[in-house]
Design a protein around this ligand. Structure first.
Ligand code: SAM
Ligand code: DTB
Ligand code: SF4
Length: 330
């Protein structure tokens, strides 16, 4: 078996070759990398909560929360801390070790709402869960404030390739995204960054996004791979459903390029069978979102996921698992 190397100099050609490997061979290769770098019996269980829903100023073409699209979601201002902590407790009781709070904001502003989020971060951290937030763009100072409050990870996705990005979002740039990722990393917060497939992008765009991710100065600690959830009222509502095989191909390629990352099978599970999800785990996915909802759309229930873990012999990864153990492998 070839030794696994952590590389930051993948060329587009190399990534293309991996991505285009015949599927079963690709899954085998990804599974081999997975076995050498991760405990394959474990899957990280994260739970999402939308703490501020809808009414967003941005024009992300996939998003039900953009104010300019006419979608059915219930707009809601920033939740109270107690209600958020109660939901986090429920998630923890159901076996979740990471709690991720999402807000439909373009960016964080230094106001009372941000102070409330900082309080929520403190509260969830004190419960012994890994706290994650996804609040839009951040300055270095805001990232540091979140870190000081106990934030463990920050999610900010590239979503697609730099080239295709303008077809999907015009209200902020790819460079803005990279800058936020930089600010998060500088504050010592774990970076969670991935993308979406099914936006109408080409295979080259998917390869391009993986190229950017895998050539970041440090690989993201987690890489969510989302299948577009088509929501009525958004510009992408009539896109064809993402082919399951494309998800597998994307997950396997991500695992090979970023062996130490947690690869998260994110949006799209509600439309997948258990056997399809099992193949994703085989191909290197080792993290999921649990809970009835992602942010605004459906997700399998805690009970269904519990059953799946039993059936596949998977166990939830513990919180704050010592990263140094992993680093010692290399
Ligand atoms: N407003 C913040 C931002 O955009 O960074 C945080 C929340 S935003 C909803 C977080 C991520 O969810 C997006 O970057 C996108 O990758 C994902 N997302 C949103 N709507 C989606 C959809 N319909 N299908 C799949 N992923 C989606
Ligand atoms: C990520 O990559 N996927 C999650 C999380 N990060 C924030 C969000 C998926 C959202 C799907 C659409 C919704 O439920 O609104
Ligand atoms: Fe707003 Fe985030 Fe949705 Fe874009 S993805 S419209 S920034 S909530």
């Amino acid at each position: 078996m070839q030794d696994v190397q952590i590389r930051h100099d993948w060329s587009i050609e190399e990534i293309k070759e991996i991505y285009n490997t015949p599927l079963l061979e690709l899954v085998f290769r990804a599974a081999s990398v997975h076995r050498q770098t991760q405990d394959t019996a474990e899957v990280q269980v994260c739970t999402l909560l939308s703490i501020k829903t809808g009414g967003c100023t941005e024009d992300c073409a996939y998003c039900p929360q953009a104010a300019r699209y006419n979608t059915d979601i219930k707009v809601h201002g920033l939740m109270q801390k107690d209600a958020v902590l109660a939901y986090a407790q429920k998630a923890r009781d159901a076996g979740s070790t990471r709690f991720c709070m999402g807000a439909a904001w373009r960016e964080v502003r230094d106001n009372r709402d941000f102070d409330r989020v900082l309080d929520m971060v403190k509260g969830v951290n004190e419960m012994g869960m890994e706290v994650c937030c996804t609040l839009g763009m951040l300055t270095e100072e805001q990232a540091q404030k979140l870190a000081d409050a106990g934030l463990y990870a920050y999610n900010h996705n590239l979503d697609t390739s730099g080239e295709y990005y303008e077809q999907i979002i015009t209200t902020r740039t790819y460079d803005d995204r990279l800058k936020t990722l930089d600010n998060v990393r500088k504050a010592g917060v774990s970076v969670c960054c991935g993308g979406i497939i099914g936006l109408g992008e080409s295979h080259e765009d998917r390869i391009g996004m993986l190229h950017t991710l895998s050539n970041l100065p440090v690989h993201p600690d987690s890489v969510p791979i989302n299948a577009l959830t088509r929501v009525k009222g958004t510009p992408l509502e009539n896109m064809p459903k993402v082919q399951f095989w494309d998800m597998v191909r994307m997950i396997a390629t991500t695992r090979i390029l970023m062996p130490k990352a947690m690869v998260r099978l994110s949006a799209g599970r509600a439309e997948m069978s258990m056997s399809e999800q099992a193949l994703c785990f085989m191909a290197g996915a080792n993290s999921i979102f649990t809970g009835e909802k992602l942010l605004t759309t459906a997700n399998p229930s805690f009970e269904e996921d519990h059953m799946m873990f039993e059936l596949l012999g998977l166990k939830p990864r513990e919180a704050f698992k010592n990263q140094e153990i992993q680093e010692a492998i290399f």
